[in-house]
Design a protein around this ligand. Structure first.
Ligand code: GLY
Ligand code: MN
Ligand code: MN
Length: 456
């Protein structure tokens, strides 16, 4: 077991995982059985996957397990293993522990989940065939193409995927327990990163401080950290890491999460430096985005349309731009003319769970189909109506992106912008505040804010 797997739950909050996991597994079995019925199959077979090799090399890319596999059990590093669900039977795990003295061999299965599986240990990938259902034509086989073994080739039936993906949006209590821990690990590392920033560290050194505090390597994180000082905050997916600190650090935007038992957290904070030119003006802009973000997070309630919340975010951010002297028009006309899109050019957020950008954000029903995005909002990643059990990010932002602002300036709407004020703030790059929020039957549960207050 790795150090990060031993992550303590909060004192007094260590849930008994046995009943939570048993209930989670029952939910998965029920959903898998219904998915098989939909596709007319008898067995659901899930390949953990195989590492992909780099071109003309003998080095693999970092292994990323099939998310369907880690949905069933907290095992993220068992390439060549397989899961079989047959309705009415105990789930079966075919677990590859190769004879290999070059690499670490996956440890023997252990933990709260083991008692629920019939487990067969194999020593060679091809040995799995003898333990998989005899008639491959009766199976729905979920996995990447390179997981294929003789006689078993992933076919990923769309009807099965649609059903499973639809239900992945509704997290079980077990999954929420995992995501609370992933949030706490991320928050602990965010605190270390802020400390490094305030000590004058470079992006590279802040990143290293983050990894050390999370006790996770880059490959274990749910996505590549965004560690952006100053104007780098205006590059939405900035993943370079400057080794030298800037002459003056004005601001720090950090978008970084953590993993726990296969589940992700996704957290962004923006910090103003203290005592530098216009720092207090930037801090009050950060505070305004933070307040708007909390109002939007409070809107994660059952029955709320997510695209409507996204449009509400545009109006809230445009109101902030007006109050802080960047634009002169009303929020409604800023949304209408595209001004708000130049400052907030991404979506409000996305579903999160086993994948940081989780599946089924656009799905119309458990039978598939797509709910389109509102016109003019091509980067929104979630168009569903919120329901209890869903977990979404809420991540509004205001950025000073030269390319988009130059385009805006060339349009008639550019006359509504105070370009001198924009110029004063370019050095700060941008602001994003991002929390992971659970929709419940009542008030939302904010995994990120809860973790920040627990680890205060
Ligand atoms: N960290 C990627 C995102 O916020 O969606
Ligand atoms: Mn996100
Ligand atoms: Mn993020």
């Amino acid at each position: 077991m790795r150090a990060s797997d031993e992550e303590p739950f909060m004192p007094g909050q260590h849930p008994d995982l046995h009943p939570l996991y048993a209930q989670h597994l029952m939910t998965l079995q029920r959903n898998a059985t219904a998915a098989l019925e939909r596709a007319g199959c008898d067995h659901l077979v899930i390949a953990a996957g195989q590492p992909a090799m780099q071109f003309l090399d003998d080095r693999p890319y970092p292994f990323a397990v099939n998310p369907h596999f880690k949905h069933w059990l907290p095992v993220t590093n068992a390439p060549g293993s397989w899961l079989v669900h047959t309705p009415g039977e105990r789930p079966r795990l075919i677990y590859l522990q190769p004879r290999d003295y070059w690499h670490v061999v996956p440890e023997a299965p252990a933990g709260y989940w083991v008692e629920h599986f019939d487990i067969t240990i194999i020593r060679e990938p091809a040995e799995a065939r003898a333990h998989l259902p005899a008639d491959a034509t009766r199976c729905a086989v979920i996995g990447e193409a390179n997981a294929a073994i003789d006689g078993f080739v992933p076919d990923n039936p769309q009807a099965v995927l649609d059903h499973l993906h639809w239900h992945r949006a509704y997290k079980t209590e077990y999954e929420l327990a995992m995501m609370r821990v992933a949030s706490r690990i991320g928050v602990r590392a965010h605190r270390a990163a802020e400390y490094a920033f305030r000590s004058g560290a470079s992006e590279f050194d802040i990143h290293m401080a983050y990894l050390a505090a999370a006790r996770q390597t880059d490959n274990e994180l749910p996505y590549g950290n965004i560690i952006a000082l100053n104007e780098h905050g205006a590059i939405l997916h900035y993943t370079d890491l400057a080794h030298a600190p800037p002459a003056i650090s004005h601001s720090f935007l950090i978008d970084a999460g953590a993993s726990f038992h296969g589940y992700a957290s996704d957290i962004t904070r923006t910090h103003a430096a203290r005592g530098v030119h216009r720092a207090s003006a930037f801090q009050s802009l950060v505070d305004a985005v933070d307040e708007a973000q909390q109002r939007l997070a409070a809107g994660v309630v059952a029955g709320q349309s997510y695209p409507e919340l996204h449009l509400r975010a545009h109006l809230a951010l445009a109101a902030i731009l007006r109050e802080h002297g960047f634009i002169r028009c009303t929020p409604e006309s800023a949304l209408e003319s595209g001004i708000s899109r130049a400052f907030f050019p991404h979506g409000l957020g996305h579903p999160i769970g086993l994948q940081v950008h989780d599946v089924a954000g656009f799905q119309a029903s458990e039978a598939g189909g797509t709910i389109p995005r509102p016109a003019g909002h091509p980067y929104l990643r979630m168009t569903r109506t919120l329901e209890p059990g869903m977990v979404v990010t809420i991540e509004p932002g205001i950025y000073f992106i030269d390319m988009l602002l130059a385009e805006l300036r060339a349009t008639a709407a550019g006359a509504d912008v105070d370009w001198g004020q924009v110029e004063e703030f370019r050095r700060f790059g941008g602001i994003r505040i991002e929390d992971d929020v659970v929709c419940t039957d009542g008030a939302p549960e904010n995994l990120t804010r809860d973790a920040f207050s627990q680890l205060a």
